[in-house]
Design a protein around this ligand. Structure first.
Ligand code: ATP
Length: 354
């Protein structure tokens, strides 16, 4: 059977046998909209995999295709080596956690968690025991008799997770599961999610538009744009070697030097990215060392206190504006608005972009 390939990628090959999930030439069109456009992807067993991208880039649709809530327009989906492309959602060994939790309000927390087991015909005794174990895993053993309405947002989120893991899926699909939580709870749940995934050895496919969340949790990240994967790699690769201007500006903050600016400032051809934390500022007139460091004079436009450091906006002498991130060293920032400085960075930290 032939499968479609997107331009510029290598031809699709057979689904990878050792993968938890294999997508080949996967497309989903809604009328004129190509929500997913020729995605080839292998996700390994036990991997924490994130799909990252702006709103409308196709992440959720890929997840819904894997779960079976949408039918592919083209391409194939294999789970643990089996072709499930045309199978119904209940006939796929995956479970999904949505942002809105979807708990049953009239049932106790324990009954909510046990629900999937009841549907599968598990008897009352073992059902209760397994549900209690799953609740203990998310540290909510003591709240089994409450109703969902009597829990905090973070607790409800954990109940939703317990309900998904109790049926021991091989693959857990998570669609922005922490989106509704405040920052502190979100950070706490991130740690718990990561531990849970490690302990249970379940393959996690995590959809988020929060780049920091994707980078801190994942083994690998796929960056989406317009239904396509534009970069696939470890968090470090995505952050330190962004393949394009799009990835460099979507994942973290980057200073982007276009062609003419690169030629003028760096003596190089093509566009380059430079992370703000790779730049250091020295007082104007400080002596240059002989280690190949690039030095460009400029003036400080603004210094913003961040708690952990300062974000400093600098206008270089040629008019180019850059952002510099300085970690706090405990004392107050030396730089003041209007002060003349020299911005310094290593040529090795410049990332050429295509
Ligand atoms: P978000 O972060 O906002 O959830 P996303 O990256 O998950 O975005 P998708 O929800 O996959 O993006 O949507 C991809 C594209 O497909 C969007 O242009 C969206 O409007 C469109 N789309 C998604 N579902 C449907 C549908 N049922 N009918 C028509 N168009 C749809």
């Amino acid at each position: 059977m032939s499968v479609s390939t997107s331009a510029g990628t290598t031809p699709s090959v057979a689904a990878s046998a050792g993968s938890a999930i294999s997508l080949r030439g996967l497309s989903k069109h809604f009328g004129e909209v190509k929500a997913v456009d020729g995605v080839d992807l292998d996700i390994a067993d036990g991997e924490f995999f994130s799909m990252l991208g702006p709103s409308g880039s196709g992440k959720t649709t890929v997840l819904r295709l894997i779960a079976g809530f949408e039918q592919a327009t083209e391409g194939t989906i294999h789970l643990a080596g089996e072709d499930v492309t045309r199978r119904a959602p209940f006939d796929r060994d995956v479970n999904t956690v949505f942002q809105d939790y979807a708990l049953f309000p009239h049932m106790s927390v324990l009954d909510n968690v046990a629900y999937g087991l009841r549907v599968r015909g598990v008897k009352k005794g073992p059902r209760r025991q397994q549900a209690e174990e799953a609740l203990a895993t998310v540290q909510l053993a003591h709240l089994g008799s409450r109703r969902p309405g009597q829990l905090s947002g973070g607790q409800r989120q954990r109940v939703a997770l317990a309900r998904s893991i109790v049926v021991r899926p091989k693959v857990l699909l998570l669609d922005e599961p922490l989106g509704a939580l405040d920052l502190k709870l979100r950070e706490q749940m991130q740690v718990e999610l990561k531990q849970l995934q490690r302990d249970l050895g379940i393959t996690f496919v995590f959809v988020t538009h929060d780049q920091e969340e994707a980078l801190t949790l994942s083994d690998r990240v796929a960056v989406f744009s317009e239904g396509k994967i534009v970069q696939l790699g470890t968090p470090q690769e995505i952050y330190e070697q962004p393949a394009s201007e799009y990835v460099a500006s979507f994942v973290g903050t980057s200073n982007l030097f276009d062609g003419p600016t690169s030629a003028r400032l760096l003596g190089r051809d093509g566009t380059h990215a430079l992370r703000p934390e790779k730049i250091s500022l020295r007082p104007a007139g400080s002596t240059a060392s002989d280690d190949g460091t690039i030095r460009v004079e400029g003036v400080i436009l603004e210094s913003i206190y961040l708690g952990t450091g300062h974000r400093i906006h600098v206008r270089l002498n040629d008019g180019t504006q850059i952002v510099v991130l300085e970690q706090s060293t405990g004392g107050k920032a030396d730089e003041q608005r209007g002060e003349r400085i020299v911005a310094c960075w290593s040529p090795d930290d410049l990332v050429p972009l295509t």
